[in-house]
Design a protein around this ligand. Structure first.
Ligand SMILES: Nc1nc2c(ncn2[C@@H]2O[C@H](COP(=O)(O)OP(=O)(O)OP(=O)(O)O)[C@@H](O)[C@H]2O)c(=O)[nH]1
Length: 315
């Protein structure tokens, strides 16, 4: 892609479009779904109406110059009084014939057909920045999170390449509850893994090696992995070199990304999308896509805004 095309893409990226979303719980009189903004039942406006959530993507470029098919734009930020406001995520690749974005179906708690569902588990030593990385992806905002995670599963609904997707993202404990049995359960649950290390911690590099060994020991190496190195911004505290990370990636035949949840959104989103595509390839080969899904007790984006209400920092 040349510089002119790149500029054009970036110009498009700052003018997100709005999109309608179908909610199956909202039915017209003739039984068809009513095209409204995605309704998130957990988010209620003051008058009790559901708060709309739009989801769109745009194109971007990855570090190696390849187009990144998805980017997630969150047009809305926090309202002046600090309350969460609707989240918009646009998919520019998905256009209806008249140019409008294609609706995304989101229906909490109900079985849903024709959705590509993928379970992504995020592993890494405590304090590497897993929660900050995940919340950055979901909300485009950085959190200063000091509370250790036990285990959370987030649901992220969007569209990629013309298909509805639901990513279920598990944030694991770096330290607490890290029993062998727990880790095995998490590995079995996952369709693919994001192994997170901190560029400012050699120990975190050793930890991802250990986790990869457990994955292999459980004969789950067929499941794709991406290696993510966080805290790129802490240049003076750096303890791991890019060459070491590349070496691991070569050994594991996986992609690697260096990022900082404090400063960058694109390099945070890339690993999720890249991993999803690897998972999709494998599942399609096995005839496992599309799938139905349930949100169960997953945390949806609106819940993330609620939970981190006072800790979501504006970029
Ligand atoms: N400078 C910098 N700090 C970060 C970055 N990502 C996370 N942090 C900080 O690192 C600390 C740990 O982040 P968490 O997201 O809680 O780490 P975690 O891996 O989820 O930790 P556990 O839940 O204990 O496993 C927090 O103080 C974050 O603010 C980053 O990219 N740059």
């Amino acid at each position: 892609m040349d510089a002119a095309e790149e500029n054009e893409l970036l110009a498009e990226a700052v003018t997100p479009e709005s999109g309608d979303v179908l909610n199956k719980d909202e039915q017209s009189n003739n039984g068809d779904p009513v095209p409204v903004d995605v309704l998130n039942k957990d988010e209620q406006s003051n008058n009790g109406d559901p708060v709309p959530v739009d989801v769109l993507n745009k194109d971007e470029q990855s570090n190696n110059g390849d187009p990144v098919p998805v980017d997630i734009l969150n047009k809305d930020e926090q309202s002046n009084n600090g309350d969460p406001v609707p989240v918009d995520v646009l998919n520019k690749d998905e256009q209806s014939n008249n140019g409008d974005p294609v609706p995304v179906v989101e229906s909490a708690g109900q079985a849903q057909e024709d959705v590509h569902t993928a379970h992504i588990v995020v592993f890494g030593k405590d304090g590497t920045g897993k929660s900050a990385f995940i919340v950055r992806f979901l909300t485009k905002r950085f959190i200063h999170e000091y509370d250790p995670t036990s285990e959370d599963v987030y649901a992220y609904n969007s569209q990629i390449d013309g298909r509805k997707i639901c990513l279920k993202i598990m944030d694991t404990a770096g330290k607490v509850e890290r029993t062998v049995h727990k880790r095995e359960e998490q590995i079995r649950w996952g369709d693919g893994f994001i192994l997170v290390l901190s560029l400012a911690s050699r120990d975190s590099l050793k930890e991802v090696v250990r986790i990869k060994e457990v994955i292999e020991h459980l004969n789950e190496s067929e499941k794709p992995v991406v290696l993510v190195a966080t805290k790129r911004d802490l240049v003076h505290a750096r303890e791991v070199t890019s060459a070491e990370i590349q070496e691991l990636a070569k050994r594991w035949h996986c992609r690697t990304f260096e990022t900082a949840a404090t400063e960058d959104y694109i390099t945070v989103a890339e690993p999720f999308i890249s991993l999803f595509k690897d998972i999709r390839k494998i599942k399609e080969q096995k005839g496992l896509f599309p799938t139905s899904f349930k949100l169960d007790k997953d945390i949806v984006i609106a819940d993330v805004h609620k939970r981190y209400k006072n800790r979501l920092l504006t970029q």
